[in-house]
Design a protein around this ligand. Structure first.
Ligand SMILES: *[C@@H]1O[C@H](CO)[C@@H](O)[C@H](O)[C@H]1NC(C)=O
Ligand SMILES: *[C@@H]1O[C@H](CO)[C@@H](O)[C@H](O)[C@H]1NC(C)=O
Length: 660
C-alpha cells in the first residue's frame, strides 16, 4: 500500500506539474554531457547539442529595466517554464557619442542599464538560453529604432542599406559589440543560441540583399558561430530574408495557422518559429491604453505551439522607455511630420509580467501551455515574490526655476545665422545633440503690435514661444489642441507675438524633441529635431540666433542652481524640485495626473515624459533609481503646475486633469 501511495503521489505531482528535485536543470539536460553543437535548424525541428528543443522564449529588453531588477524578472520568466530569453540591443545607448561606447561602465546616463554581458550571464545563471537581436536596427518602439542620431550628420546617408558610409559606422559598432556576444555563445559555454540579422527588413521597401549579407559577414568576422536568422511578418514574403542562407521567422499576433503555414511555404525544410508573438501592444500618445484579453492571448499561443512551432513572446517582460528613449511612428514619412505618433514612456505592453514586475494571468496561462506542450521536463525555480510597492507621502513644492532663467544663464550660447536642427550643433565632440530641447533665441528684436511669427515647415515636435520670458503660446487643454499652433501636425504655422509695440524684445522658440520615428525605411531628413526651415516675423526671415541645447543630462541636472521659492505656477514653463527621505527604497509610481506636459527627473536621471493627452498618467519609478536617504525629484512643466508631487501604487491610464 505504501508503495502504491508513493507512486500515486509522484504521479499526481507530475500531473500537477509540481517540479521535482530530481528533474535536471535546462543546462544540465542540454549541455550536461559536454557541448558538441549549437542550435541546428537543418530539418523541420530544432536540435540543440543534438537534442530536440522547442524554443519557449520571452522578450525582455535589458536596457528598459534597471539592472537591479534583471534577476527578478529572469527568474520569473524561468518559473513560467520558458527556456529562453530574447533581447534586442540598443545601439544609440551603447554608442552614445560617435566612437564612444558604454557597455556598463562607460559613464553615460544609462550606464546602469547597459552591461549586456552581465545581463546574459544572469540569464544563464537563471537557467535560460538567449536569443540576441543586435540589429543594428531594432524598431522596438525605441527612439529612432535604436540608431544613434549622430548618423544624421552624414549628409545623404542611406540608413539600413549597403551605403558604405552607413556600413562603416555599423562595422565600427559591431567590432565593439559582437566580440562581447561571441564570448557568450552556447558553444563557448555561454547562453546565446542564435542571433538575428536586421529586423523586419521586409517592411522597408529597401530591396538590398547586399546589406543583409554585409551584416551577416560582420557577425561572422567578429566571431559568431551560432545560428543566424531574420524575422518579418509572413506577409512580407522573403523581402527581408536571405532565403536558404538564414533561417526565416515570423511576427504576428493572430491567425497562427495562416502565419505559420505561410512561413512554412516560404521555407519548407526548416523549423517553424514565431520570433514575435505580440502579447499586448504599445501606446501612442492620445490613444487609449492597449490591452489584449487573456483568451485571445491563450488561444493564439496554443495555436503556435500546436502547429508545432517555437515562439518568442514579445513582450514577456513589460518595461519602460526611460529618459527620452520612446520611439514614434510616422504615418506619412518623408519630410511630413504631421503624422508623428510618439509612444509613451511606459512599455508595459500588457505583458505577462507587468512593467513593475507583477505576474499577470497571461503569465499563468503561459506556464500552463508550456507544461502542456514541452515534452522536455526540467526543474523550475520558485516564483519570486512580487516586491511591495510604496506610495510615498505627497510633497509640497517649494522650489522652482523658470525656464527663461535657465536660458538666460546658459553659458556659451551657440551663435548661428540660421535655425538648425539639434543634430547639427557642434557639441558633444562632434556628435551634435541627440535628445531633449533646443532653444532658438533672438535678442533685441523690435516687434510691432500684432506682429506675427511664422515657422516654415514643421515644428519637430512641440514649440513654446516666449516673448521677454513670458509664455505667449497656448496652454494645452484638449487633445484637439495638438491640431493647433505649437505641435507637430501643422505646416507653416503662425502665431501673434504681441498686442503692443515692443522695442528690443527677446524672442525664444523652445522646441521639444518628442521622439524619432522607429519604423520603416527611416529617411534621413524626417528624423531631424528642432526647426529645419526659416522662421519669419511679419514675412521677414529672422537671422542671427543664439541657440541653447537643453539636453537635461544627469550631471547637468544634478548641478542645476538658482532654485528659488515659487514665483508663479500658471502658464509659465518651469522646473519644480522636491526632496524626500527614503529608508528602504521600494518601487513606486510618480502620479502625474495633475501635470500637463514635460518630464520627470529622479536623482538626475530623466525618468520619463509627462503628457496630459494620455494615456499614461503615472511613471514607474523602480527602487533601483532611489537611494537610502534624500532623493531629489524634479519636474519640468511646460504650462501650469499643481501644488504637490504625488505618488501612486499602480499605473494610471487615461487623460490628465488638465484635459477637458
Ligand atoms: C526530434 O523530433 C523529431 C520530430 O518529432 C523526431 O523525428 C526525431 O527523431 C527527434 N530527434 C531526436 C534526436 O530525438
Ligand atoms: C531627511 O532626513 C535627514 C536626516 O534624518 C534630515 O536632516 C532631513 O531634514 C530630511 N529631509 C527631508 C527632505 O525630509
Amino acid at each position: 500500500m505504501a508503495k502504491v501511495a508513493i507512486l500515486v503521489m509522484i504521479a499526481l505531482q507530475v500531473l500537477a506539474g509540481i517540479h521535482s528535485e530530481d528533474l535536471p536543470k535546462n543546462y544540465e539536460y542540454y549541455a550536461g554531457d559536454g557541448i558538441v553543437s549549437g542550435l541546428n535548424a537543418d530539418q523541420r525541428y530544432f536540435l540543440l547539442n543534438g537534442k530536440n528543443i522547442t524554443i519557449f522564449s520571452g522578450a525582455f529588453h535589458y536596457f528598459r529595466v534597471h539592472k537591479s531588477s534583471w534577476r527578478d524578472r529572469l527568474r520569473k520568466m524561468r518559473a513560467a517554464g520558458l527556456n529562453t530569453v530574447e533581447t534586442y540591443v540598443a545601439w544609440n545607448l551603447h554608442e552614445y557619442k560617435s566612437g564612444v561606447f558604454d557597455f556598463g561602465n562607460g559613464g553615460s546616463d544609462f550606464e546602469e542599464f547597459l552591461d549586456i554581458a552581465e545581463f546574459l550571464k544572469i540569464a544563464q545563471e537563471e537557467d535560460l538560453f538567449a536569443l540576441v537581436r543586435a540589429g543594428p536596427y531594432i524598431c522596438s518602439e525605441w527612439e529612432f529604432g535604436g540608431l544613434p542620431s549622430w548618423l544624421l550628420r552624414e549628409e545623404g546617408i542611406k540608413l539600413r542599406t549597403s551605403d558604405p558610409v552607413y556600413l562603416e559606422y555599423v562595422s565600427r559598432y559591431f567590432s565593439e559589440l559582437v566580440p562581447i556576444l561571441a564570448k557568450l555563445q552556447f558553444t563557448n559555454g555561454g547562453p546565446i543560441i542564435a542571433l538575428q540579422v536586421e529586423n523586419e527588413y521586409g517592411n522597408t521597401g529597401n530591396s538590398d540583399p547586399d546589406y543583409l549579407h554585409a551584416l551577416k559577414d560582420l557577425y561572422i568576422s567578429n566571431g559568431i558561430k551560432e545560428l543566424l536568422y531574420t524575422s518579418d511578418p509572413a506577409s512580407a514574403g522573403t523581402r527581408g530574408a536571405l532565403a536558404n542562407e538564414l533561417l526565416m521567422t515570423a511576427n504576428f499576433n493572430n491567425d497562427p495557422s495562416w502565419n505559420l503555414n505561410t512561413l512554412d511555404s516560404l521555407q519548407s525544410n526548416k523549423p517553424t518559429m514565431a520570433m514575435e508573438y505580440w502579447s499586448g501592444w504599445f501606446d501612442h500618445v492620445t490613444e487609449d491604453h492597449h490591452t489584449v484579453d487573456i483568451n485571445t492571448y491563450k488561444s493564439v499561443y496554443e495555436g503556435i505551439l500546436s502547429h508545432p512551432a517555437s515562439a518568442n513572446i514579445y513582450m514577456f517582460v513589460g518595461s519602460t522607455n526611460f529618459g527620452f528613449t520612446n520611439g514614434a511612428n510616422s504615418l506619412y514619412g518623408g519630410t511630413d511630420n504631421s503624422g508623428l505618433q510618439p509612444d509613451t514612456s511606459s512599455y508595459d505592453y500588457d505583458s505577462p509580467i507587468s512593467e513593475s514586475g507583477e505576474i499577470t494571468d497571461k503569465w499563468t496561462a503561459t506556464k500552463e501551455l508550456i507544461e502542456k506542450y514541452n515534452p522536455v521536463k526540467t526543474a523550475l525555480p520558485e516564483l519570486p515574490e512580487t516586491r511591495e510597492r510604496a506610495v510615498y507621502d505627497d510633497i509640497k513644492i517649494e522650489q522652482q526655476i523658470l525656464l527663461s532663467e535657465i536660458i538666460n544663464e546658459f553659458p556659451n550660447k551657440i551663435e548661428s545665422e540660421k535655425v538648425v536642427p539639434m543634430e547639427l550643433l557642434d557639441i558633444n565632440d562632434g556628435s551634435g545633440q541627440s535628445y531633449g530641447y533646443i532653444v532658438y533665441r533672438k535678442t533685441n528684436i523690435d516687434l510691432k503690435a500684432g506682429a506675427t511669427l511664422t515657422i516654415k515647415g514643421y515644428v519637430r515636435d512641440h514649440v513654446l514661444i516666449l516673448v521677454d520670458g513670458e509664455l505667449i503660446s497656448p496652454v494645452l487643454s484638449s487633445k484637439s489642441d495638438l491640431d493647433k499652433f505649437g505641435y507637430w501636425r501643422l505646416r507653416d504655422s503662425s502665431i501673434e507675438l504681441t498686442k503692443q509695440d515692443l522695442l528690443g524684445a527677446t524672442l525664444d522658440l523652445v522646441v521639444e524633441n518628442n521622439a524619432r520615428n522607429n519604423y520603416g525605411s527611416l529617411d534621413q531628413f524626417q528624423q531631424f529635431k528642432g526647426l529645419t526651415e526659416d522662421v519669419l516675423v511679419d514675412d521677414q526671415v529672422v537671422s542671427n540666433w543664439q541657440i541653447v541645447p537643453l539636453e537635461f543630462k544627469k550631471s547637468w541636472n544634478q548641478q542645476l542652481s538658482g532654485w528659488h521659492p515659487i514665483k508663479t505656477k500658471d502658464a509659465t514653463p518651469a522646473l519644480y524640485r522636491v526632496s524626500f527621505n527614503v529608508t528602504d527604497p521600494k518601487d513606486t509610481y510618480v502620479n502625474v495626473q495633475d501635470w500637463n506636459k514635460g518630464f520627470v527627473i529622479i536623482n538626475g536621471l530623466v525618468l520619463g515624459r509627462v503628457f496630459a493627452v494620455g494615456p499614461q498618467q503615472a511613471l514607474y519609478l523602480p527602487a533601483g533609481l532611489l537611494r537610502e536617504g534624500v532623493n531629489e525629484l524634479i519636474i519640468f512643466e511646460h504650462f501650469s503646475a499643481p501644488d504637490v508631487v504625488k505618488f501612486s501604487k499602480d499605473p494610471i491610464w487615461g487623460v490628465g486633469t488638465n484635459i477637458h
